[in-house]
Design a protein around this ligand. Structure first.
Ligand code: COA
Ligand code: ZN
Length: 307
């Protein structure tokens, strides 16, 4: 099994969409610069959604036109419908992610479509992406629990994930949108999926609402998953999911993987500055469970005396 794990940074999308402060395009670009400087090479840059629904994501087309073309960076964007896909294609986006929620109510609240309509639109969108030579991945949101409908049956997640893979998704991202999963539930869902697909077709997206995100990562690693979403400093939440707090912090994920001897291409201490820069931009206190420790290590390395 590969010892390389892809860390996909979703702070510029999942993190910013729930912030009280709406960042300007220049500030969003500065955030991406800070992520690149921290060694991050896979970034969900934003979403192509209604600016009335999510004003924080307005101007994502312009942002894409300004992105630094640093070598070997995988930029992607979330698209909820065909209009969003067209906008992304026109902006030159090379990789899109569609969102299918596992419950009826969540689809309605999030994108104003029924579950069946959303699944059909996602399939059509991925078909177009294939014709256009654009990579498509599919989120299965509220894969463990829905804030409106309660626990999500693993069989539902399995059937939706298979449907997305059959419709052409290169990967299914199993998303714990409100941070309600636990390692046992993660194993239950991923073992089912891994038996019907390859682990390489799976990615996980955990929120740290109840402090179990890293434990969930470990369970997913045991099932063969080698790609995870995370958000710098734990920035995040979801405006459409009551109770959702920040994503798994990128520095926590990278530090744990590094300590376990898995490779991410990211140096944990390099993220300290990234967290600080994003904190200054968003005006929000940031930092995962390990941040204070990382700060101290980074201070020691730079010869700064801490009292
Ligand atoms: N990007 C930008 N504008 C869009 C759009 C998109 N992807 N899809 C629709 N619109 C515009 C339409 O052009 C229309 O504009 P107008 O009022 O100026 O005529 C307006 O939005 C309403 O269009 P409609 O198709 O009726 O959409 P809706 O009101 O049913 O809303 C979504 C559907 C998907 C656009 C909206 O719910 C949304 O953007 N949700 C975002 C959810 C999200 O980001 N969740 C977090 C990530 S999972
Ligand atoms: Zn999320």
């Amino acid at each position: 099994m590969s010892d390389f794990v892809i860390v996909n940074e979703v702070g510029p999308r999942d993190g910013l969409q729930s912030q009280g402060k709406t960042l300007s395009i220049q500030e969003r670009l500065t955030m991406i610069d800070a992520l690149l400087a921290g060694g991050i090479r896979s970034i969900e840059v934003g979403s192509f959604v209604s600016p009335k629904a999510v004003p924080q994501m307005a101007g994502t087309s312009e942002l894409f036109s300004l992105l630094p073309m640093a070598g070997a960076v995988a930029y992607s964007a979330l698209v909820p419908n065909l209009r969003g896909y067209e906008l992304a294609r026109e902006a030159g986006v090379q990789s899109v992610a569609v969102v299918l929620s596992a419950t009826e109510t969540m689809n309605q609240r999030n994108i104003n479509m029924s579950l069946e309509q959303t699944a059909t639109v996602c399939a059509e969108l991925m078909q177009r992406a294939r014709e256009d030579g654009i990579e498509a991945r599919a989120y299965v949101a509220v894969a463990f629990e829905c804030p409106f409908e309660g626990l999500t049956p693993p069989a539902v997640v399995e059937s939706l994930a298979m449907r997305m893979l059959e419709a052409g998704a290169r990967k299914v991202i199993v998303a714990d949108t409100i941070g309600a999963a636990n390692p046992h539930a993660v194993r239950q869902v991923l073992e089912r999926l891994a038996s019907r697909s390859t682990a390489g077709q799976l990615s996980c997206h955990f929120h740290d609402t109840r402090g179990m995100a890293l434990a969930n990562v470990l369970a997913a690693l045991d099932c063969g998953v080698r790609e995870f979403d995370s958000s710098i400093g734990g920035l995040g939440g979801c405006p459409f999911s009551p109770g959702a707090t920040g994503n798994l912090a990128t520095e926590d994920l990278v530090l744990m993987l590094d300590a376990m001897g898995l490779r991410t291409g990211i140096e944990p201490l390099a993220l300290v500055n990234t967290v600080r820069r994003v904190q200054a931009l968003t005006n929000t206190p940031l930092g995962g469970h390990s941040f204070r420790w990382l700060e101290r290590q980074s201070g020691k390395r730079q010869g700064v005396n801490h009292v």
